[in-house]
Structures are given as C-alpha cells and as structure tokens.
Design a protein around this ligand. Structure first.
Ligand SMILES: [Zn+2]
Length: 81
C-alpha cells in the first residue's frame, strides 16, 4: 500500500499489504525493495472492471514464492553504472 502527499502527490509511505511492515521512504525513494503489483482484471475474470494493487516486502514475497509448485525463473542481471 502506498501513501502519497495530498498536496504535491509525492510518495511518502509504503506498507507491506501482507505483514504491515513499513518500508522507509526518503525523498520518494524506497530504502528497501518491494514487489509492487497492479492488476486490471478484464472480461474473462470474475472481477471484470476492477483494478487492484498491493505491495509486498521481500520477506513476504519469499514466503509466497516458496509455495510455488514451479519455482520462479531467475536470471543474473548485469548492473549498469
Ligand atoms: Zn511483509
């Protein structure tokens, strides 16, 4: 869940939707990585026309993917400086 300043619309707070952990934000930059999901459900779902979004901290993300039958695919990223 993300909160924005009502005056300037800047990101001020991120909270993990699963465990409630607050992710520190400094000048709109999150100081920890999160998984942010936005899903606009369409015609072939039971939630047609609904937009949903949430954030998960890394710990909750790992807990969820550990239950996957098929593990997530991993690639090594080359860091560009
Ligand atoms: Zn969490």
């Amino acid at each position: 869940m993300r909160k924005y300043d009502s005056v300037n619309n800047k990101l001020v707070q991120v909270v993990c939707n699963s465990c409630g952990k607050t992710i520190n934000v400094n000048n709109e930059v999150m100081l920890e990585e999160v998984l942010h999901v936005e899903k606009h459900w369409g015609f072939f779902s039971n939630q047609d026309g609904e937009a949903q979004k949430f954030d998960l901290c890394e710990k909750c993300y790992k807990k969820i993917i550990s239950g996957f039958l098929i593990p997530v695919e991993k690639d090594e990223l080359i860091e560009l400086i």
